[in-house]
Ligand binder design. Structure first.
Ligand code: 4NP
Length: 155
């Protein structure tokens, strides 16, 4: 059984699709599965925002085939690790977690780089392309550390 990791943001079209693609690229696919979801359902069924697709493409990553979906209760049992992008996602996802065990799976993404400092991956939706490049850099750094940790834990 592969270890399953879920990346979560608000719309599942900007940040978490990037996080999914980046982490996937750093883990062996026979041992790990990475998916993403949004706390909201406005964009369910849509592909990632074109700016996320373009930013990923510029770094050699194709995320164009992903489809947005909303997080659901079964995710808390199906996934081993749930990473959220910001403090508002953390509140929303923690509220949905049905058990203490489920709550314990939920972690703030940037805590991997700056433990306990409550650093958000900023929502780039209403900004320019620079915001997407910055988000990519933050996620790339965090995902490198997450991948190292997961590979060590599940070797
Ligand atoms: P994401 O960005 O949470 O990184 O996917 C957003 C996408 C859409 C909206 C907000 C944030 N929206 O309000 O539609």
């Amino acid at each position: 059984m592969p270890v399953k990791i879920l990346m979560v943001c608000l719309g599942n079209i900007c940040r978490s699709p990037l996080a999914e693609g980046i982490l996937q690229s750093k883990l062996p696919s026979d041992k790990f599965t990475v998916d993403s979801a949004g706390t909201g359902d406005w964009h369910a069924g849509q592909g990632p925002d074109r700016r996320s697709v373009a930013t990923a493409k510029g770094r050699g990553l194709d995320i164009s085939c992903q489809k947005a979906r909303q997080i659901k209760p079964a995710d808390f049992t199906n996934f081993d690790h749930i990473y959220v992008m910001d403090s508002s996602n953390l509140r929303d996802v923690t509220k949905l977690a049905p058990t203490q065990e489920a709550k314990a799976k939920v972690k703030l993404m940037m805590d991997e780089v700056f433990p306990g400092q409550k650093v958000d991956v900023p929502d780039p939706y209403y900004g320019g392309p620079d915001g997407f490049e910055k988000v990519y850099d933050m996620l790339d750094e965090a995902c490198t550390l997450v991948a190292q940790k997961l590979i060590k834990e599940h070797a």
